[in-house]
Ligand binder design. Sequence first.
Ligand SMILES: C[S@@+](CC[C@H](N)C(=O)[O-])C[C@H]1O[C@@H](n2cnc3c(N)ncnc32)[C@H](O)[C@@H]1O
Length: 256
Amino acid sequence: MKKILIIGIGAGDPDYLTMQAVKALNAADVFFVMDKGPAKDKLVALRKEICARFIENPDYRIVEATSPERRRDGVEYKAAVDELNRDKQRVFQGLIEHELADGQCGAFLVWGDPALYDSTIRILDAILGEGRLAFEFEVIPGISSVQALAAKHRVPLNFIGKPVSITTGRRLVENGFPRDADSAVVMLDAQNAYTQLDGEELDIYWGAYVGTPDEILVAGKLDDVKDEIVRVRGEAREANGWIMDTYLLRKRGVKD
Ligand SMILES: C[S@@+](CC[C@H](N)C(=O)[O-])C[C@H]1O[C@@H](n2cnc3c(N)ncnc32)[C@H](O)[C@@H]1O
């Protein structure tokens, strides 16, 4: 039987790797590294650095594959994501079928935590559901960008006994601040969605490239710092060619 490990590698700093992740790295024969083009070179390099740093027996193989991209030509978002996941499923299936021998262990190194805005688990379930390939798989949790962001700002995500919502920039624009929460973490925001929240008394704790040498943090009352974040974010995106940022919004005046 083939075995697949989905290993959460943390959201930027190699020191975020857990002991369980290091053990899992050392159990794998083949690593599948998805390449998303030149803008993401640093992310591929970090995965290779992690293998070199934490794996004791250098007798492992890295297989690189080109990750399909989501269509951005006006097709509806959910449909584009479904299509992307079908394309990824084909690529992952090919890797498991052709690059892994029976009895071997393969690993996908997933940024942050595999349970948060990542489709690897979903895709492996879909492959198994088709019934053409047989393998077992295990998930090793990682430190997500959400945890890394909160730690860097030294702020709890929730008020005492209150819920925290995790959402996307797209949903924040469509629906405003989540109605049933006093705190919201926003990920996957390509459009500075926080600038569109009118009439909300909020604090923002923003971070880009958290845990990496390029890390930038800004915090304050949303109205006071939002222009600074737009400027800093734009400059960083321009300098690096891409950006990954996350932020926590908390209602002001909530008693803790
Ligand atoms: C596809 S999701 C993957 C999330 C990942 N599984 C996790 O646990 O953090 C990508 C989004 O995660 C956030 N993100 C990931 N790494 C980050 C980092 N180092 N700093 C800030 N945001 C990050 C950004 O919101 C980015 O748009």
